[in-house]
Design a protein around this ligand. Structure first.
Ligand SMILES: [Zn+2]
Ligand SMILES: [Zn+2]
Length: 109
């Protein structure tokens, strides 16, 4: 048992459904994408609420620099085709996002 259990509603460790690696809990925010391959899962209506019944694979398609939030990864759901985005985690002590992979995506014009 761990203290981290009480945060499980918004910040879970999970196994990536795309590359099947273990993704550790983020220390800072509610991570919802894999730091290794950047794929995510369509589970949120709004960030962290886990209220979306879609559960489709979110494929990283690009990135953008948000004036307030910094670098964000843009995703498209493989099931419902919805577009979503999430803040990139570049300073996480356990598993930071693969910066080279992010920059290999298409920047938003
Ligand atoms: Zn992955
Ligand atoms: Zn979806």
């Amino acid at each position: 048992m761990s203290d981290l259990g009480r945060f499980s509603k918004i910040n879970d460790a999970f196994t990536c459904e795309h590359c099947h690696k273990e993704v550790p809990v983020s220390q800072r925010t509610c991570r919802n994408h894999c730091p290794f391959c950047l794929h995510s899962k369509h589970v949120d209506m709004f960030p962290g609420d886990r209220a979306n019944p879609c559960k489709g694979l979110l494929v990283p398609i690009g990135y953008e620099n948000h004036s307030k939030k910094g670098l964000m990864i843009r995703f498209q759901c493989a099931s419902c085709k919805a577009m979503t985005r999430n803040i990139a985690l570049l300073d996480d002590n356990f598993a930071r996002d693969d910066y080279d992979q992010i920059l290999a995506l298409t920047p938003k014009a």
